[in-house]
Design a protein around this ligand. Structure first.
Ligand code: CP
Ligand code: NVA
Length: 328
C-alpha cells in the first residue's frame, strides 16, 4: 500500500523556496475536472471511448513519438495500468514517476516540476492529494495535464463510468437516466455532480450528515438543468434509479478516520434489499477497490446488477479518448 505520510502540498512547497508567482491557464487544454469541458467535448470523448471499446486501434497512433509522465503520490492499480497500456496502444511512451522517488517528494515546488517535465514529455497525468497541485502543474507547465484523482475529484473515473452507462443503455439518452450515489460525498461524488451538471442526467445523492459533497459543486449542479437532489436516506434515491453507485467510506489519505467513518456510514451499504428498489434493469457501479460488507455487499458486487469489471475496462477506453482529444 501506498501512501505513508502525506507529502508536501503546493502551498508548503511554494513557501519553502519558490518565488511567489501567479499564472493563468486555459482549463480546456487540460482534463482537470469534468466541469472544465463543454458538453460537446464530453460527448466526443464518450463517442471516441465507445469506438476504442470496439477497436483499440481505430485512431491510429496519435501519440507516436510522444511521451507522457505518470506521476503518482497515491497507490493505483487501474489508473496506472490503463494509462500505461492506453499510451502504448496510441503509439506513445509512458514514464512512471512515484512522487516519493522524484524531487517533488523532497519538496521541489510543483511549479518547477511542471516546467522541467514540460521540457521532456508532451503530457502529464497526476494522481495526488491536492487539486491545487494539479492546477499548479497546468499553470506552470506548457503541456496538457490530466487529473488521475485528487482528494477533490476523479474525472477520468466518472468519464469511464458514463461510458459504461451508455454501453448498458444504448437505446436511452444519457439525460433520461437516473443515477443514485450512496455514501461518502467524496472525490467521486463531486465528479458525478459535475457530470450531471454538464450532461443533464438526474442524480440523487444519499450521504450521512457531515459527509456531503463539496458545497459549491453541489450548488452549481442544483442550479443546472439537471435534476439533482441530496437526502440522507439511501432508499429515497435508489427508488426507480437506473444506476446505483457507491465508493469506499474512507478514501486514500483518510485511513485514520476509518473507525469514525465506519460508524457514520452504518445503513449506507448497497445490498440486495436496496437494489431491489431500483428500476428494472438497473446496474451497480463501483470505481474499485471495493470493501465487501462495508459500502457494498458481496452479493451486489458479484451479482447480476454489477458492471464493475466493464467499468474498470472502460478506464482504458475513456482515457485513450481524453489523450487523443488533448494530444491527437
Ligand atoms: N478506480 C481507480 O482509480 O482505481 P485505482 O486506484 O486502482 O487506480
Ligand atoms: N474515493 C476513493 C477512490 C479510489 C479510486 C479514493 O480517493 O481513495
Amino acid at each position: 500500500m501506498t501512501t505513508g505520510p502525506r507529502p508536501h502540498h503546493g502551498r508548503d512547497r511554494e513557501g519553502s523556496g519558490a518565488c511567489e508567482q501567479t499564472g493563468k491557464f486555459d482549463p480546456a487544454r487540460h482534463f482537470l475536472s469534468i466541469a472544465d469541458w463543454p458538453p460537446d467535448r464530453l460527448r466526443s470523448a464518450l463517442d471516441m471511448a465507445a469506438r476504442f471499446r470496439l477497436d483499440p486501434y481505430w485512431a491510429g497512433r496519435p501519440l507516436e513519438g510522444r511521451s507522457v509522465a505518470l506521476v503518482f503520490a497515491k497507490s493505483s492499480t487501474r489508473t496506472r495500468v490503463s494509462f500505461e497500456v492506453g499510451i502504448a496502444q496510441l503509439g506513445g511512451h509512458s514514464v512512471f514517476l512515484a512522487s516519493r522517488d522524484i524531487q517533488l517528494g523532497r519538496g521541489e515546488p510543483v511549479a518547477d516540476t511542471a516546467r522541467v517535465l514540460s521540457r521532456y514529455v508532451q503530457a502529464i497525468m497526476i494522481r495526488t492529494f491536492s487539486q491545487e497541485d494539479v492546477e499548479q502543474l497546468a499553470r506552470y507547465g506548457s503541456i496538457p495535464v490530466i487529473n488521475g484523482l485528487t482528494d477533490f475529484l476523479h474525472p477520468c473515473q466518472v468519464l469511464a463510468d458514463l461510458a459504461t452507462v451508455e454501453g448498458e443503455f444504448p437505446s436511452r439518452d444519457l439525460a433520461s437516466l437516473r443515477v443514485a450515489w450512496i455514501g461518502d460525498g467524496n472525490n467521486m461524488a463531486n465528479s458525478w455532480l459535475n457530470a450531471a451538471a454538464r450532461l443533464g442526467f438526474s442524480l440523487g445523492l444519499a450521504c450521512p450528515a457531515g459527509y456531503e459533497p463539496d458545497r459549491a459543486i453541489l450548488d452549481r449542479a442544483m442550479a443546472s438543468d439537471a435534476e439533482v437532489s441530496m437526502v440522507r436516506d439511501p432508499r429515497e434515491v435508489v427508488e426507480g434509479a437506473d444506476v446505483i453507485t457507491t465508493d469506499v467510506w474512507a478514501s486514500m489519505g483518510q485511513e485514520e478516520e476509518a473507525a469514525d467513518r465506519n460508524a457514520a456510514f452504518q445503513g449506507y451499504t448497497v445490498d440486495e434489499e436496496l437494489m431491489a428498489r431500483a428500476a428494472a434493469g438497473a446496474i451497480f457501479l463501483h470505481c474499485l477497490p471495493a470493501h465487501r460488507g462495508e459500502e457494498v455487499s458481496c452479493g451486489v458486487l458479484e451479482g447480476p446488477w454489477s458492471r464493475v469489471w466493464d467499468q474498470a475496462e472502460n478506464r482504458l477506453h475513456a482515457q485513450k479518448a481524453i489523450m487523443t482529444l488533448l494530444l491527437g
